[in-house]
Design a protein. Structure first.
Length: 514
């Protein structure tokens, strides 16, 4: 017999950890039912979620700015709206539900949803990212659990509950869309390592994205942006400057797709600078650049107080006088790379400007900037020389180059025909597994039935074969989902969950015996 003080004791489970584990279980129940819905039901639910998102776009724009202190309400509303109906419309013809039969290749492909998705959302774009990832999950028949940035947890929690209610009202199983109420680093790390999580969608700071990759679960993450922009003398300088200033000032530059360093030729510099001033930019003198550098990058690291703040607010902090209508601060620099912090990513309306002697030199400097930060992400070109635009793209380690359009919106698919996205895949150059804008297709894998390629071996007859949906008579009505486990009360755990946790603890203490 063991002494009394050495006998194993029943450990009281951490309530937040246990509640989060229960959310994963509820999501598992939900996705097992939702995976059997047909495409008509899936699209109906997606449309209902988009309508709920659109209707609350202004509400959550105001809430996000109030809670985080970042960005511009009007611009956040627009991002929220673009992450609703337009996102569903863009993917409306992408069928991720029905099997695909290819008689020519004697192959049948059956879509398999990932399962339970854990989604991390940033403070910079909290609700628009939540909207976007929710619709991706719904379109791909997955369940999703959000772990929001602590600075935006309240607006994200409320938004997730609103979208979940809309989905359930449209026929979705309960538990399809959930949110962690009190996110913390230890809790998120535990969730990321859960064997019940199928994939992690990581949008946030570099350390959190790296943690997702090292969790042991599949993860799709995105690296930092730091877009270099070349403005050729052939460009309409006034139009290029207008696009750049509008893009960089959009939502006070919290999008990772925003412009970072402007590059032009020496011969074109004065023309371009005049255009920038006319577009609402303030060009700093040498002394002002030095003060801005010291304030924006103390000890070589970005001052996080600047993120999502206006150009006027930043100028006030630095002690620079600007007119109230100033939209962007322009800092002229002589070099790019590690020695010049102003050529790093800046999630605020501050741009570095550098002129060089040739296009080839500009492309070389742009690639130097990307090697420091932003590899695999985005760049922009303004000009009318198609060959030059192609050469610029070929010289850079990025997977999207926006041409004659605002980079913030263009790289995210809202001013170009790229896929609309709040996850910009940075590919191998940016240490990511995906090099395109992330969409619902990245959350589905396909089981392939491959027949013998020998022409003498017949292919199967699929004319009367039905897809494995459980709607009555194969109709578009969804099956009745299994009853999910009850939710945890806000004050603690419910009795059924506590009983399950105690039984699990007892099994561990007795070596797995009942």
């Amino acid at each position: 017999m063991l002494p009394e003080d050495e006998k194993p004791r029943l450990a009281v489970p951490d309530q937040m950890q246990a509640a989060a584990a229960m959310k994963i279980d509820r999501a598992g129940w939900a996705v097992s039912a939702y995976a059997k819905y047909d495409r008509a039901a899936v699209m109906r639910i997606a449309r209902a979620v988009a309508e709920a998102a659109h209707g609350a776009a202004q509400h959550y724009a105001e809430w996000a700015v109030r809670e985080t202190g970042m960005g511009v309400v009007e611009h956040k509303r627009l991002k929220n709206e673009l992450s609703a109906h337009p996102l569903v419309d863009f993917h409306a013809e992408t069928d991720l539900v029905n099997p695909r039969v290819d008689p020519a290749r004697k192959m049948v492909e059956v879509p398999k949803p990932a399962g339970v998705i854990l989604a991390l959302t940033p403070a910079t774009n909290p609700v628009s990212t939540l909207y976007y990832k929710t619709i991706l999950a719904v379109l791909s028949r997955n369940a999703i659990i959000f772990s929001p940035h602590p600075l935006a947890r309240q607006c994200c929690r409320d938004a997730a509950a609103r979208l979940e209610a809309a989905a359930v009202a449209a026929g979705a199983p309960s538990g399809l869309i959930q949110c962690i109420e009190e996110p913390s680093v230890p809790l998120v790390q535990t969730l990321m390592a859960s064997p019940k999580v199928a994939v992690i969608l990581a949008t946030g700071g570099g350390p959190m994205v790296r943690a997702a990759y090292s969790s042991g679960n599949p993860a799709i993450g995105v690296g930092p942006g730091n877009a270099p922009v070349y403005i050729d003398p052939s460009a309409d300088q006034a139009l290029a400057a207008q696009r750049i200033v509008e893009s960089k000032s959009f939502d006070n530059s919290v999008l990772c797709t925003n412009e970072s360093v402007l590059l032009t030729l020496d011969e074109n510099r004065q023309r371009f600078e005049r255009a920038l001033r006319a577009a609402g930019a303030h060009l700093l003198n040498e002394a002002e650049v030095a003060r801005l550098r010291d304030w924006l990058f103390p000890d070589g690291h970005l001052n996080t107080a600047s993120v999502g703040k206006s150009a006027v607010w930043i100028a006030q902090q630095v002690g620079i006088r600007v007119v109230p209508s100033t939209r962007v601060l322009i800092a002229a620099v002589e070099r790019a790379g590690i020695e010049e912090p102003l050529t790093r990513e800046k999630l605020c309306p501050v741009l570095a400007l550098m002129s060089v002697g040739s296009f080839e030199r500009a492309a070389g400097v742009a690639q130097m900037i990307l090697r420091m930060s932003g590899a695999g992400h985005s760049a922009a070109y303004h000009g009318e020389d198609a060959q030059q635009a192609l050469d610029f793209a070929s010289a850079l380690s990025v997977y999207r180059v926006v041409v004659n359009a605002p980079c913030s919106q263009g790289a995210a698919g809202f001013a170009t025909h790229l896929a609309p996205s709040f996850m910009i895949g940075t590919g191998y150059s940016g240490r990511s597994s995906v090099g395109e804008n992330i969409g619902p297709q990245h959350l589905v894998h396909w089981t392939r039935l491959a027949w013998n390629s020998d022409a003498s071996v017949p292919f199967g007859d699929f004319s009367a074969v039905r897809a494995p949906f459980e709607g009555p008579d194969g109709s578009s009505r969804p099956p009745t989902p299994r009853t999910p486990p009850p939710q945890a009360a806000e004050s603690g755990l419910d009795r059924d969950l506590l009983r399950q946790l105690i039984l699990q603890e007892l099994r561990q203490l007795t070596g797995g015996q009942p």
